[in-house]
Design a protein around this ligand. Structure first.
Ligand code: PMP
Length: 358
């Protein structure tokens, strides 16, 4: 079998090796049932145990109490861009657009109703504005933020104190650090970065906020439908939930969110230091106070060198570092399952590359 690579993909992205090994071992026979978990009914006892454990672990790690519902649905974060305003936009809503994904969320909301960008950054997304810059309109249904900007490599390090319900797209930094979940009326995240494989979208919704949801929309798109049936209104993405359970077990065994956060801080510190050490070769465009611990974006002096870097990195077993097509350059994503040893390999390669091209 070939060696596994150093995987810095932006999502779908690296998964913990032990989780993949367990899935392999259980592929033909899940816990002596004579079939894989994929072949079980989503209403049977075997899957129910998996589903309930995944929910319990998510609640424990995120710090969610019974005043919120947890749902494992399909449709991706892009689906949520539409279903959030469909359910919750009454009158008007405010969006803090701090990157390309926030733009998409706003565009969907504008199809549904009166949504506006409360920041007006005009695509200059090299920082995240301070809390006080987030002004919401009187009567706004909610303020929507993107906690980590996957494309641009910026991240909120202080959340706004909104006088209205705060809704967060946490797709690219959920469970990467400790957050006070009670500050958010709603959190949603595509699983394919920090939680598991694609095909699964996690929602955490405060019941009081859910009670404000509209009902004049198709049943399948109402969060209340799913909440009323403990997330089993229809077939959930069972295999993805099973893999997420493995990832959450792995996180807990590692020591929980605080240990994961410390590990992530150190990985990011080491990589940013390698960039800042060689300003003649590497340049991070993001303002230091807004730098993301999850997606580290940097540029070389020319697009030719960017391309050469990505190509040679691949030769060294380092994959997934090409910047998003909308911003170019290089991007290394340091999600939870990326090991410090992967970052060490990248930093080693960067030093060697800088020595050769400078
Ligand atoms: N929001 C953010 C912050 C993202 O990073 C992504 C995916 N990269 C999305 C939304 C879109 O997610 P999905 O592909 O699950 O629709």
């Amino acid at each position: 079998m070939s060696e596994r690579v150093h995987n810095f993909n932006a999502g779908p992205s690296a998964l913990p090796r032990v989780v993949l090994e367990q899935a392999r071992d259980e592929m033909l026979d899940f816990e002596g049932t004579g079939m894989s978990i994929m072949e079980h009914s989503h209403r049977g006892a075997a899957y129910e145990r998996v589903h309930n454990e995944a929910e319990a672990l998510l609640r424990e790690l995120l710090g969610i109490d019974p005043s919120s519902v947890v749902l494992f649905l399909q449709g991706g974060a892009s689906g949520a861009f539409a279903t959030v305003p469909m359910n919750f936009l009454r009158g008007c809503a405010d969006y803090a657009v701090t990157g390309g994904w926030g733009e998409k969320a706003l565009a969907e909301a504008q199809i549904v109703g009166d949504a506006r960008d409360c920041l007006g950054m005009q695509r200059r997304y090299m920082h995240v504005p301070p809390p006080a810059a987030h002004t919401v309109r009187p009567g706004s249904s909610y303020l929507h933020i993107t906690t980590n900007n996957t494309l641009e490599g910026t991240q909120y390090h202080r959340f706004p104190d909104a006088p209205v319900p705060l809704v967060a797209d946490m797709s690219s930094d959920i469970l990467s650090r400790r957050v006070d979940a009670s500050r958010f009326a709603m959190i949603y995240a595509g699983a394919q970065k920090n939680l598991g494989p694609s095909g699964l979208t996690v929602f955490v919704i405060q019941r009081a906020f859910l009670d404000t949801a509209r009902t004049d929309l198709p049943v399948i798109f109402r969060f209340a439908t799913h909440a009323a049936q403990q997330g089993l209104y229809h077939t959930p993405p069972t295999f993805a939930v099973y893999l997420m359970r493995g990832v959450l077990r792995w996180m807990k065994a590692l020591g929980g969110v605080d240990v994961v956060e410390a590990r992530n801080d150190e990985k990011a510190r080491v990589l940013y230091a390698a960039i800042d050490d060689r300003p003649d070769v590497y340049r991070c465009p993001v303002e230091p106070a807004s730098r993301s611990r999850m997606n580290v974006v940097f540029y070389l002096p020319s697009t030719d060198l960017d391309e050469r870097f990505v190509k040679e990195a691949k030769g060294a077993g380092i994959v997934g570092v090409k910047g998003h097509r909308s911003v170019g350059g290089v991007r290394a994503s340091l999600y939870n399952a990326v090991e410090p040893s992967d970052v060490a390999a990248l930093v080693e390669f960067m030093k060697d590359f800088a020595g050769r091209v400078a």
